[in-house]
Design a protein. Sequence first.
Length: 291
Amino acid sequence: MAIAKEVINNFTKSVIESMKKNGSNWDRMFGDNVDPINVISNKRYRGINWAMLSFDCEEKKYGNNIWATYKQWASLNAQVTKGSKGTPIIFYKPSLFKKNKDTGKNEQVQWAVMRASTVFNVNQVDLSNSEYKVPVKKAGKQYSIDEIDNFINETKVIIKHDDVNRCFYVPSKDFINMAPKDKFQDTKESNATVHYYSTLFHELTHATGHEKRLNRQKQFDDDHKKSYAYEELIAETGSVLFSKHFRIVKTIRDNHSKYLNGWIKYLNDDYSFLSSAIAKAGKAFDHFVKE
C-alpha cells in the first residue's frame, strides 16, 4: 500500500509541474496516444493507470502506447532492453473470502489492497526474436465526424440548443445545451469543428454524473469552490479521453483555463484530488465507450 501511494504521489508531482509549464494546454501532457494498451490482453489500462502511462509515453517520446510487464514481454520471446527503467502502475489485489464451516456462508477475511507493479513500453523492448509486430497506425482521422454524432445519439443524453450563446449541462433536468456549430470559430489552436466536439465531450462527461448513470455525488460538501474545481477537472479530463478516442485534438475552452491555478492549489494540498478525479473521468468514459 505504501509503495502504491508513493507511485501516485510521484505521478501527481510530475503532473503539477507539467500543468505549471504548459498553462492552459495542460492536456498536452497526455500526448496523442491516450489509450495505453496491454500487449497480452489487448485491453486498455484504466483509471489512474491510463493517465500515468500516457503521461510517461508523452514525456519520454515513445512512439506507441503499448505496455507489458517484464514477464509478459518474455512470454512473447521479447527482451526488455538492459538498463531500461519501467513505469509503475497500480492494481488492486482482490478481497479474499472463505466459507464459514458453521454457517456455510462465504465471509470476507481480507479486503482489497492497492499494490504497485512495473510495466515497460514496447520502445524499451527488443522484438528481434519475437513474432509480435507493433500494429500499424491508421493514417489520418480514425473516426469520421458522422461516427461521433452517432456515438452521441447512442448515449441517449438529450442535446438542446435553447441558449444559442452558451454550453452547459443541467443536472436537475438532465440535458446538455450546446451553442450551434456555426457559433464556434476557427482559432490558431484548432478549427471550429474540434472546438465544438471537445466542448460537447466536456458537457457529456458532466452528464455521466447524473443519478441514473454514475450518480457522482458532490465530493466536498464543506468547500464549494473545491467541489466545483474537482468536477471541472473530471469533465476536462473526460473530454481529453473522448477526444483522443475519436482522434480529434482536444482543445481547452478559453473560460476553463482560468481554473488551472485553482486545480494546482488543490493538487498541492491533496494528492488524492488528481488521482480520484482521473479515476472518475475514466469511469465516465467507460460508461459510454464499451470495449
